[in-house]
Design a protein around this ligand. Structure first.
Ligand code: ZN
Length: 432
């Protein structure tokens, strides 16, 4: 599939889909499961052609979005759907680093990704571009919230019909942040794993493009850009250690794949990168398997405030486990209380307001430092994947209240005096 240049198609370097389990190969169509062994399918590329065609300069001359890495993504369009997704800040987190006892800590801040403030905009931009190429006019997804936001928004931009499926108990901000784009929203009375099973049936009967089901091999490749960007933003170097949240496990495995691809095509010098993962204690099937030394992931029933990562039966869990082990990383879990503390710690030290998934990642980062799993000298990158404004319920009773005053200087002075005598956690609404 190379050298097909016209006004609408560009040179593409992906060649086929391959089963991760048995190695069976498939044409790059809308399929995601191997028909021989039911293993997941993954996109394969001609890396030697890529190495010959792509340099640091060609990437740097590209758009300020994930599409600067278009040759590494499974699309043929010369004009992919580009809503400014990607190239989010890599922030040197000096205050958080000091608090934790680290020396070189960075936050990859996808809480400000465009257009819907989570890393899902990366995977959806790729999936919907590929959906359009494959002739789909209706796109859909099974979502824990962020994916619904992203699919609805980017489908609206691209003029695709959209129907999304969410668990009925989702946070209000995520429901509103989907409805605003005008898709059909199905709120399913069940947990994410039940929503996902229903969507597989709909995909089979209605022929829609489900970004995380029949388009999953393309969709998941979008997460590789979180690896590429960190390499580029560190001045074309790999970090020593990364910490990322684990839901299905896909994000984690694709960041790793992104690192390996840039090494293989010669864009970055090779060195070991330790990959560590974070789960919420109330839904931690991968962390449990890691702790017990198992090589299989036993499904659990989720019960945590970290709904966006509450996947009880993670599709890529075993692959995430394998990567954490072979890179000498670790996987740990945080309680809901620790997750809230993690959200507050990141906000108060770095000015970044993340959702519960990010709170989980910060809480686990802290645990890994305290247990000696992260060396203070390591260049450590923490992935913050979503925005706190979407999950305000998680912290609304944990952050105090404004001091209500009269519009008079004397009232302000009294309130200021009082605020200085109160411990922050004891803040109450006071009229002075
Ligand atoms: Zn197979």
């Amino acid at each position: 599939m190379t050298a097909t240049l016209s006004s609408t198609t560009a040179t593409a370097y992906f060649t086929h889909l391959k089963c991760k389990e048995c190695g069976a190969e498939y044409e790059p169509q809308a399929i995601h499961v191997c028909e021989y062994c039911f293993g997941p399918l993954e996109v394969k590329y001609d890396l030697s052609q890529l190495a010959a065609a792509v340099t640091r300069s060609t990437i740097e001359a590209g758009p300020k979005s994930i599409w600067r890495y278009r040759p590494f993504l499974p699309v043929t369009s010369a004009n992919p759907i580009d809503v400014g997704t990607g190239m989010t800040p890599l922030v040197k987190a000096q205050r958080l680093a000091r608090r934790l006892g680290l020396k070189h800590l960075y936050i990859k801040n996808d809480a400000v990704n465009m257009p819907t403030l989570s890393f899902k905009d990366r995977v959806v931009s790729v999936a919907l571009t590929r959906a359009r190429e494959l002739g789909f006019t209706t796109v859909s997804c099974a979502s824990t919230g962020n994916l619904a936001n992203s699919t609805a928004a980017i489908a609206a931009h691209a003029g695709l019909d959209c129907c999304v499926f969410i668990p009925a108990d989702l946070e209000a901000g995520k429901v509103l942040g989907t409805l605003i784009y005008g898709p059909t929203v199905m709120a399913v009375e069940g947990n994410y794993d039940q929503v996902n099973r229903l969507c597989s049936e709909v995909a089979n009967t209605h022929g829609w493009g489900f970004v995380n089901i029949n388009l999953r091999p393309y969709y998941s490749e979008g997460s590789k850009t979180l690896g590429y960007e960190v390499i580029e933003q560190l001045g074309w170097q790999l970090p020593d250690h990364i910490v990322a949240p684990l839901a299905s496990g896909s994000l984690f495995t694709k960041i790793y794949k992104g690192f390996r691809e840039f090494v293989e095509v010669g864009l970055v010098a090779d060195k070991p990168v330790r990959c560590s993962g974070a789960q919420a204690m109330g839904c931690s099937p991968i962390a449990q398997a890691y702790a017990e030394g198992r090589d299989f992931v036993a499904p659990v029933k989720p019960n945590t405030i970290a709904k966006s990562i509450a996947i009880g039966n993670p599709a890529d869990g075993v692959y995430a486990l394998e990567i954490a082990r072979k890179t000498n990383g670790a996987i740990a879990a945080a309680t809901d209380e620790e997750i809230v503390a993690g959200i507050k710690l990141l906000a108060e030290t770095e000015g970044i307001f993340t959702e519960t998934a990010g709170g989980t990642t910060i809480a686990v980062l802290k645990k890994l430092v305290e247990s000696g799993k992260i060396d203070p000298e390591e260049v450590t990158v923490v992935y913050i994947t979503g925005n706190g404004l979407k999950t305000q319920e998680a912290v609304q009773n944990e952050i105090g209240q404004p001091l209500t005053i009269e519009p008079k200087l004397a009232s302000f002075e009294r309130a200021l005096e009082r605020s200085r005598t109160l411990e922050r956690l004891d803040w109450q609404p006071v009229l002075v």
